[in-house]
Design a protein around this ligand. Sequence first.
Ligand SMILES: *Cc1c(COP(=O)(O)O)cnc(C)c1O
Length: 407
Amino acid sequence: MKDRGYFGSFGGAFLPEVLVATFEELDIHFQEVRRDEQFWRAYEDLMGSYSCRPTPLTFARNLTRHFGGAKIYIKREDLNHTGAHKANNVMGQGLLVQKMGKKRVIAETGAGQHGVACATMAAKFGFDCTIYMGEVDVMRQRPNVFWMEQLGATVVPVTDGTRILKDAINEAFRDWVTNMDTTHYVLGTACGPHPFPQMVTFFQSIIGKEARGQILEIEGQLPRRVYACVGGGSNAMGLFSGFMDDPVELVGVEAAGKGLDTGHHASRLCSDDASPGIAQGYKTYFLQDDDGQMKETHSISAGLDYVGVSPILADMHDKGQARFEGATDAEVVEALKLTMKLEGIIPALESTHAFVQAFKEAPGLSTKDCIIINQSGRGDKDIFTVADALDDPKWKSFIRQKAGQYA
Ligand SMILES: *Cc1c(COP(=O)(O)O)cnc(C)c1O
């Protein structure tokens, strides 16, 4: 187990002794299904009947005309059940849990999106479900907490430490240590100890597989570049997986927040503020200080606001196999406004980071070229943040009136 799960010098599984056997068991089951074509077919069937797969590849005619360069295509992961690519990962892990014969799942969530996806999966499969969430996040993300509870999950507010995501991760691991015989820990992104980065990438690779087939069918050629936002890195790895062996440039876009030179961002690979380290059971680039203390991160989008990054992307970064750029909060709001007005599409704030970079580069490419942007999720969930960013007076009076009903 010790030498498994490395990507260059990144990854690995740095585990407390009590969890080693559980990870072994998970790895054995995962390596088995990874080679099992029938399992993949069952996964595709489930996603086809429950989550709108294959998701469309939409030609953005008006944006293309606006920028006057490469043809812009959008991979519509927003059309998944629960509104994002997260469904691919949780449903895949659900099938695996069923195969392992376990009856209970746990997860940690920051913004709540992964918690909702996980609670949905648990309801569908009939699993018990406990979601750990920092107390601060529980207060900030009431709509998602509401839905998790309606879906039948128990949401446990974590009161340790700073009461945010990393404290919830610790608590989830504590639960797993106590209940490993009955319980599976559903990690939400392509991070964490082996086999999670590889496993989450495996389930998300459905995005890239579909996108490659779709663009060849529509355009008769491969895209010049593909763009995806990078939080933990799962939607990016999902899209990139389809084009690893092709002459296609892979572009990951991180949250540059208030600007890369302000310290208020969440850019691990495109800034000089992160360094390799070991935390949360794996080795990658972390936004940490010289003593290994994690720094505060900032992004307008909760889903990209994370100190670590997939070890697979860290390795691809060091080897020059992918390029990483940053999009600021302000650029994201502008790109979102344009995309809504021109295409009638509302990308999640996370996804909009990828749109920003594609918009910067499309005009410099030939009109014969095409590019693909991964729309990892839909933006309806961001109504509070976007209405604030646009300083919409009608929204404010609506909130005031609502609050007045309960005064
Ligand atoms: C969670 C989330 C992300 C970030 O996660 P990755 O693992 O980096 O893909 C991106 N977009 C949306 C819509 C999300 O919900």
